[in-house]
Design a protein around this ligand. Structure first.
Ligand code: FES
Length: 166
């Protein structure tokens, strides 16, 4: 290692180095990120961001989705935390954010949706069937961008769970 590569000690501007700062902070009960960690149970995975209010334009059209079997689910979790689902009465859009602590639920298996974080379960219509969640999944307004065009989900506009686009 050349002299120019010698590690430098970086001091705080107030003259207190990191080790002293952390020890001082711990002594005063201050919450700081000084590393070390310690044991304990690892924290659960961070929750995904809630759907940002606004419009999500999908790549599905009403005519195409209505032609598919009941229970068909389009997965837009990565685009806006939304499922677009076709059932016997039409099309609806529903959040994929678990009502317990905000984890993203899994894709439906049959007619059941399960949250991977703590096991809450929902029906395909979003009804809560098993805790720890106690509330149903929220439904959003879904419309056509233009007549016959792609479906647009408005995550800023909640609707009744019975609402359908037909
Ligand atoms: S966040 Fe879904 S069950 Fe806890």
């Amino acid at each position: 290692m050349s002299p120019s590569e010698t590690p430098r000690r970086v001091d705080r501007s107030d003259g207190m180095d990191r080790r002293v700062f952390c020890a001082s902070a711990l002594a005063t009960g201050m919450a700081v990120a000084c590393g070390g960690g310690g044991g304990g149970t690892p924290a659960p995975a961070p929750a995904p961001p809630a759907p940002s209010p606004g419009l999500l334009t999908t790549t599905d059209t009403k005519a195409a989705l209505l032609a598919l079997p009941d229970g068909t689910t389009r997965d837009y979790r990565n685009q806006g935390n939304v499922f677009l689902i076709k059932d016997a009465t039409g099309i609806y859009a529903m959040t994929t954010v678990c009502t317990h602590m905000g984890c993203t639920v899994g894709v439906p298996v049959g007619t059941q949706i399960t949250c991977p974080c703590h096991g809450s379960q929902y029906t395909l219509g979003g009804g809560n069937t098993l805790g720890p969640a106690t509330q149903p999944l929220v439904h959003f307004a879904v419309t056509e961008a233009t007549p016959g065009g792609f479906l647009v989900v408005n995550t800023a506009q909640t609707v009744a769970a019975s609402a359908r686009l037909t």
